[in-house]
Design a protein around this ligand. Structure first.
Ligand code: ADP
Ligand code: MG
Length: 262
């Protein structure tokens, strides 16, 4: 586990630009895997442009929770409303939400048989029906933003892990999401590549993107997060701004966790 502080300081620049409207509303959410109660009464409101970091021990339900936000997992009780659309069985609402929400996973999930550029253009062309030329121009813009335009013609297997994860971020951004979910985006990377991905995430935060990041990169949390959430045993145990979360955690379980990772 590393604690690399990214180079930029996003938090100070953004708070003034933030609208205080709720874009994600989670209320009384429960979920079971068979008989296993994995999410227990989760409540969370996320404002436009807010950056939330979620941490907690392995198996505490972090991935399950953020996957519920774009319905990769379904909750059985409670409400999840994303940008005005409530997630129920209604497939149109699910599509509406997925259009607004990008997700980046631990293991990149790029298509190995497609070039970097093709990876970035696939969904815009086939889902958004954007003409290929325009999709390619947008993709190049985002590849420039994540600082790898020169890799556009290569295949994922020819890139380093850090570069692949930056492609995965660019690919998500090509769909122009309003919200980005990150599930341990740096956990599969060699230490020297972690920072190059965190720097891209910090820049994204500075641009005003609403972000929910499951990560144990506490340097990132301190620099960028508006709120840090600690989950354990399927519950949100504590939620606080980083200043308070790291210096004065209220709950014993949070204190124990922080002692282990810091
Ligand atoms: P985290 O991301 O915090 O490590 P997860 O959300 O992945 O936690 O998992 C929470 C718990 O749910 C774990 O005990 C895990 O084994 C269990 N779990 C996750 N996915 C499934 C599944 N598809 N079926 C059954 N149990 C699952
Ligand atoms: Mg997980």
């Amino acid at each position: 586990m590393t604690d690399q502080t990214p180079t930029n300081t996003a938090r100070s620049t953004l708070s003034s630009a933030k609208a205080d409207t709720t874009i994600i509303h989670v209320e009384g959410v429960h979920k079971w895997y068979g008989g296993f109660h994995v999410l227990k009464d989760i409540n969370l409101d996320v404002a436009h442009g807010e950056r939330i970091v979620i941490c907690g021990p392995s198996g505490s339900g972090k991935s399950t929770f953020i996957r519920c936000i774009n319905r990769l997992e379904e909750h059985q009780q409670g409400r999840i409303v994303v940008d005005g659309a409530e997630l129920t069985d209604d497939i149109r609402q699910i599509d509406n939400v997925r259009r607004e929400v990008g997700m980046v996973f631990q293991h990149f999930n790029l298509f190995p048989h497609l070039t970097v550029l093709e990876n970035c253009c696939l969904a815009p062309i086939w889902v958004r029906k954007i003409p290929r030329k325009e999709a390619e121009a947008t993709a190049m813009e985002y590849l420039e933003r994540v600082k790898i335009p020169d890799q556009a013609k290569k295949y994922p297997g020819q890139l380093s892990g850090g570069q692949q994860q930056r492609v995965a971020i660019a690919r998500s951004l090509c769909m122009k999401p309003k919200i980005m979910l990150f599930d341990e985006p740096t956990s599969a990377l060699d230490p020297e590549m972690i920072k190059e991905v965190l720097d891209v995430m910090v820049e994204l935060a500075e641009s005003g993107m609403t972000m929910l990041c499951v990560t144990h990169e506490m340097g990132f949390a301190k620099t960028v997060a508006d709120r840090v959430i600690f989950m354990d045993g399927g519950e949100i145990i504590e939620s606080a701004p980083p200043e308070q979360f790291f210096t004065n955690p209220q709950e014993e379980r949070t204190q124990t966790f922080l002692k282990q990772i810091l």
